[in-house]
Design a protein around this ligand. Structure first.
Ligand code: DGJ
Length: 733
C-alpha cells in the first residue's frame, strides 16, 4: 500500500511558473470544478466553484479579478483563496498573524503548486503561498475524490521569523459563492435533542456557528451545515453544498454576505481563546474541511458523503458491524455478576452478536455506584464483580456471544484515587471554585503523561482480556474551568493542544488494535465528526431513545453520516410505542438493544428475534446500500426512508406514522434508486400480527411492480394510526 502511494507521488507533476504565465488551476471531481487563478498581482483567487465544466478551453476564460470589482490597480478585492488580515479586503480574513515587530498585516503571494495523483480516483492539489515581506508560508491542500464528488481541504502554516509569532486566525478553508439568495440549514439542539434541523436565509453580515466545549465538537450545534444556493436546501433538487469539519473540539463556521451580495464561508477551529504561539519552523496543520456540491439536492449530497465515508474515512468503513445488547437502560449502575450473566444469555436468545457492559463496573476506594465517583480508577469493583473482567468475557463466550465494555478514560471524578494522586492532571482553575459538569473533570490531554495514561486504560484491558471484542468510548463532560497546569503560561494553546492529545491517544489505540470495533459516544451524540470517526466504527446518536424523537435525530445525522456509523438501540423509552415501532426505528441504523427480555412478552420476544434475523439477512443492503430520505418528518405527520443495494437488486423501505390527523389525506410513497425497467417483489417483513396493511379498497399492496411504477406512482404505506410502522423488503425478480 505504502509502496504504491510512493510510486504515485513520484509521478507528481510539479509546476513552477511565474504568476503571469500561470494557467488557471483546476480541482475537479466527476461533478464539480473548483478553479483558482493567479492574478497579475501575484496572488491566488478562486474564480469558479460550481458544476464541472465540459470544455477544458472554458477553464482559461476566467479572469483572476472578474469577481472582485477591481479598481484598475494591482489589487483584486474579494475571492482571494486564503486572505490574510490587514489588506484591502474588508471582511473576515482566513488567516491572521502578529509578526515579531507587532505588524498585523499578511499578504500571501502565489509561489507554486503541484498535483499528485494519489490513485485513479483521488488527486491532491497543493498551493504554496508566501508573504513577500515577512517569512511566513502557507500551504493549501485540496484532495478531490472523483467518483464520490467530495473535496477535502486543509492548510499548513509555518514561518521563519526569529521569535515565535502568534497566529489568531487559521481557517481550514475559505469558499466563495455568487448566488441570488443563500439559505443555511444548521443542526442545533442539546443533550437528548441532537441534530435538530432549521433553515434561515442569510442576509448582509455574518452568521457564525461555533462551539466552545473543548472536549467535543457538538452538543448545542453539530459541526456540519447545509447551504442552499438560490433556494431552501431541498431533498431532490437544487444546488446544495454540504460541509463538515473534522475536529473534535471548538469549531467555527462563518457565513458572511458582503457588500456585493457574495457569500464567503470560512471553516476552521474556533479561534476563541486560542491565539496560538507558533515557533520558528513549527508547522501548524488545520483540521480537514470536507464538502460536496450537488445540483440534485441534499439527498444526493448525503449519498456522496456516505460513500466517501465508508470508502475512505470511517474506521473499518467497508466492514461488517455487530448487533448487540447493552445493559445501560436496563440496569443503570445496579448490576452484579448473576444479573450480567443473565443478560448475556438473553443476548444469545435474542440472536445478537455481542453483550456490551456499560458504566458502573470499576473503582474500589470510591466505587462507581453512581456518576459522582470512581472515574479514573479503571480496576474492576471487587465487591460487585469479584471475578473480574476475564470472568465476564468467559461468561459471554459460554453464553455464545462476544463481550464489549464501556470506558470514559479522558475524565476523572474528584472522588477518585487518580485525582488524589494526580490533581495536576485535571483541567481546572488553580485559584477559583471548581465548576463541574456531571460531577467530573476533563483530564489534560495536552500533557503527554496523561495521554500515556489514557492509552493504558484500553491497553491494560486488552492485555488482560485479549478476547474483548468491542469498546464504547464515552466523553460526558465539556471542558469546564479551562486551565492546564501543564501548559503553564501557554494557556491559549490548551483548546487546540488538548484535542491534538486526544488524537494522539486515538491513533495509538488504532495502531495497536486496528481491528477493534469501537463506538464513539459523548453523553449521546456530542462527538460526531469525521476526524474522530477515523478511529471509531460508529457513534451513539443520542441518549434519547424515544423512537419518535429518534426519527428526527436520525434524519438529522443521516444528512452527513451513513446509517452504518449511527448506533441505534431498542429501549423501553416511550411505552406508548409498540416494540415493533421501537425496533423498526432502530433497524434503519446499526441495530442494538438496551432492555431486559423480562420486559417482553412471548409474542414480543418472538418479534424481536425475527427482526434480528431479518436485519442480519438484509445487513449488506442496510449498512452498505444507498440511503434515500423519502418523506421528511419535518414536513409531514409521517416519515419514510429506504436503503437500496448498490446493485439495485434489493431495497428495504421503512414507513412510520407519527402523529396523523383524523381523516388526513394519505399520499403514496414514491421510492427512489430502483431500476425502472425491472420488476420488483414487494413484501412486508417485521410483522407482529401477521396482518399486512391494505389499500383503502382492501387490496393488499404486496406483490410485483416495476421499478418505474414504484418510483412514479409509489406505494400507499402510510396509515392514520398513531405511532405505527412497517418495513418492506423489495427484491428484483
Ligand atoms: C452517556 C451515554 O450516552 C450513555 O449511553 C451511557 O453510556 C452513560 N453515559 C453512562 O454513564
Amino acid at each position: 500500500m505504502k509502496k504504491s502511494l510512493l510510486a504515485c507521488v513520484a509521478l507528481l507533476s510539479l509546476f513552477q511558473l511565474n504568476a503571469a504565465e500561470q494557467a488557471p488551476i483546476r480541482i475537479s471531481t466527476s461533478e464539480t470544478d473548483l478553479i483558482f487563478t493567479v492574478a497579475p498581482n501575484g496572488r491566488l483567487y478562486q474564480t469558479y466553484f460550481g458544476k464541472r465544466l465540459l470544455n477544458e478551453s472554458d477553464v482559461t476564460n476566467f479572469l483572476a479579478y472578474q469577481q472582485g470589482g477591481t479598481d484598475g490597480s494591482n489589487s483584486a478585492r474579494g475571492w482571494e483563496a486564503y486572505p490574510g488580515s490587514g489588506a484591502e479586503d474588508y471582511y473576515e480574513p482566513a488567516f491572521a498573524v502578529t509578526h515579531n515587530d507587532g505588524n498585523l498585516e499578511t499578504i500571501l503571494s502565489f509561489v507554486s503548486f503541484e498535483t499528485k495523483k494519489i490513485d485513479n480516483n483521488v488527486t491532491e492539489t497543493v498551493f504554496y503561498l508566501k508573504d513577500k515581506v515577512y517569512p511566513v508560508e502557507v500551504t493549501l491542500h485540496y484532495v478531490a475524490f472523483n467518483k464520490e464528488n467530495i473535496i477535502k481541504t486543509w492548510s499548513e502554516i509555518k514561518h521563519k521569523e526569529k521569535k515565535p509569532v502568534t497566529i489568531w486566525r487559521y481557517a481550514s478553508a475559505m469558499l466563495y459563492f455568487e448566488s441570488s439568495r443563500y439559505f443555511l440549514t444548521e443542526f442545533s439542539g442539546d443533550w437528548a435533542k441532537e441534530a435538530g434541523m432549521s433553515t434561515q436565509q442569510l442576509q448582509f453580515g455574518k452568521k457564525v456557528i461555533d462551539t466552545k466545549l473543548g472536549s467535543r465538537a457538538g452538543m448545542h450545534v453539530s459541526p456540519f451545515f447545509e447551504l442552499g444556493l438560490d433556494g431552501v436546501p431541498a431533498e431532490n433538487e437544487g444546488t446544495v453544498l454540504l460541509g463538515t469539519i473534522g475536529w473534535t473540539g471548538n469549531f467555527q463556521f462563518t457565513f458572511e454576505v458582503d457588500n456585493t451580495g457574495n457569500l464567503r464561508v470560512i471553516s476552521g477551529i474556533n479561534p476563541y481563546a486560542s491565539a496560538y504561539e507558533l515557533k520558528t519552523d513549527e508547522v501548524f496543520t488545520t483540521p480537514e474541511f470536507i464538502f460536496t456540491l450537488s445540483d440534485e439536492g441534499k439527498g444526493k449530497a448525503s449519498r456522496n458523503i456516505h460513500d466517501w465515508a465508508r470508502e475512505y474515512q470511517l474506521k473499518d468503513g467497508k466492514g461488517d458491524r455487530y448487533t448487540l445488547l447493552n445493559n445501560w437502560e436496563a440496569t443503570g449502575f445496579r448490576f452484579d455478576e448473576p444479573k450480567l450473566e443473565k443478560l448475556m444469555k438473553e443476548a444469545k436468545e435474542l440472536g445478537v452478536d455481542l453483550f456490551l457492559l456499560d458504566d458502573g463496573w470499576f473503582a474500589n476506594k470510591y466505587p462507581r455506584a453512581n456518576d459522582r465517583a470512581g472515574l479514573g480508577d479503571w480496576d474492576v469493583t471487587k465487591e460487585k464483580l469479584p471475578n473480574g473482567v476475564p470472568h465476564l468475557v468467559k461468561a459471554a463466550k459460554d453464553a455464545g456471544v462476544k463481550f464489549g465494555i464501556w470506558i470514559e478514560p479522558e475524565m476523572v471524578n474528584p472522588k477518585s484515587e487518580l485525582f488524589e494522586q494526580h490533581p495536576d492532571w485535571a483541567i481546572r482553575q488553580p485559584n477559583r471554585d471548581t465548576y463541574y459538569y456531571r460531577n467530573q473533570l476533563v483530564l489534560d490531554l495536552s500533557n503527554p503523561k496523561v495521554q500515556d495514561y489514557v492509552f493504558s486504560v484500553v491497553d491494560n484491558l486488552m492485555k488482560e482480556n485479549p478476547d474483548l471484542a468491542y469498546f464504547k468510548w464515552d466523553c460526558n463532560s465539556p471542558i469546564t474551568n479551562i486551565y492546564s497546569p501543564y501548559l503553564k503560561d501557554k494557556q491559549n494553546q490548551l483548546y487546540i493542544d488538548h484535542v491534538r492529545g486526544v488524537y494522539n491517544v486515538f491513533n495509538k489505540v488504532k495502531q495497536k488494535y486496528p481491528n477493534l470495533p469501537m463506538m464513539l459516544c459523548s453523553g449521546g451524540g456530542a462527538r460526531s465528526d469525521y476526524e474522530a470517526l477515523k478511529y471509531f466504527t460508529e457513534f451513539w446518536c443520542s441518549d434519547n431513545t424515544n423512537p419518535v424523537e429518534r426519527l428526527y435525530i436520525q434524519w438529522g445525522f443521516s444528512q452527513f453520516f451513513p446509517t452504518k456509523a449511527m448506533a441505534a438501540h431498542v429501549t423501553s423509552m416511550n411505552k406508548q410505542a409498540s416494540i415493533k415501532f421501537r425496533t423498526d426505528v432502530a433497524m434503519m441504523c446499526k441495530l442494538g438493544f438496551d432492555l431486559s427480555l423480562e420486559e417482553l412478552n412471548e409474542k414480543e420476544l418472538e418479534f424481536c428475534q425475527g427482526a434480528v434475523a431479518n436485519y442480519n439477512r438484509l445487513k449488506k443492503t442496510i449498512l452498505d446500500g444507498d440511503f434515500y430520505r423519502l418523506v421528511s418528518p419535518y414536513e409531514s405527520n409521517h416519515t419514510a426512508v429506504s436503503h437500496v443495494a448498490k446493485d439495485q437488486k434489493k431495497a428495504v423501505v421503512y414507513a412510520y406514522d407519527i402523529n396523523p390527523r383524523y381523516g388526513e389525506k394519505l399520499l403514496p410513497v414514491k421510492l427512489q434508486g430502483l431500476e425502472p425497467t425491472k420488476t420488483y417483489k414487494v413484501e412486508e417483513i417485521n410483522q407482529m400480527s401477521g396482518a399486512s396493511i391494505r389499500f383503502r379498497g382492501g387490496k393488499t399492496y404486496t406483490g410485483n411492480y416495476t421499478g418505474d411504477y414504484l418510483m412514479k406512482v409509489g406505494l400507499p404505506i402510510f396509515t392514520t394510526q398513531q405511532i405505527a410502522s412497517r418495513i418492506l423488503e423489495i427484491t428484483q425478480q
